[in-house]
Design a binder for this molecule. Sequence first.
Ligand SMILES: [Zn+2]
Ligand SMILES: [Zn+2]
Ligand SMILES: [Zn+2]
Length: 274
Amino acid sequence: MRIRLLGTAAAEGWPALFCRCPHCARARAAGGRNVRTRAAANVDGVYQFDFGPDVYHHMLQGNDLSAVVHLIMTHSHADHLQPSDLAMRQPPFAHGVSGPLHIYGNDRVLARIRGPHGDAEHPGLEFHLLEPFTEVGVADATLVPLLADHDPAERCLIHLFGRGGRWLLYGHDTGYFPEETWAAIARWAAGGARLHAALLDCTAGPLATRRGHMGLQACAEVRERLLGMGAADAASRFVVTHFSHNGGWMYDEMVPHAEPLGFAVAYDGMEWDA
Ligand SMILES: [Zn+2]
Ligand SMILES: [Zn+2]
Ligand SMILES: [Zn+2]
């Protein structure tokens, strides 16, 4: 399973759109891995997680959107969903793209994309409603949507995604996982499955946040529990992502804190075989 992190920032990006804080100034000056766009990821070319306001930039960076057939959504927040750009997949805005784009999401996500006029406006899109804890097939992959602790206004999801015997936990946006999600992970692991990669919400960096989003300490607790219950093992790669400037750690400052806790630090364009 080839995982490519397209964006690794929280809602405002880092440097943030309108921000004059010292952390954004440092990121602007340092560049490189300190410049983060809004979070999304591509898996094996045809699967993409989330479709936020930086998808055009990600395309310029080499993400072939015309090859994406399955779009798996976490929730409807604007940093994860920019519905208007989905219209650009149709003629006269795009040519040579065959077949529909399958979109998997909760009711709020699908309603935001459909808009007031319904499916007629979106002839190239096929919608698939996700329910928490109800496993679905996504072409030759398997998706187990899990409930996040993020925004009570909608049923925000994180995902277990399996393909070819390899498993990814797409674990943001969320706080420390709800107990019903832990129970679902335990059921999944009882079948013998193990995580090969886990992306966790580290929006708050060094801060003690654990509801809605997490900081590094809460991420470490999630990792320890996954290892302890046998859902992950020494070969599982844990990666923290979705960073906000309010945390303040530049990439090089975060690595010495994250590595001893068993985490790699995400950056835009990070890519590996899980
Ligand atoms: Zn977000
Ligand atoms: Zn800032
Ligand atoms: Zn969110």
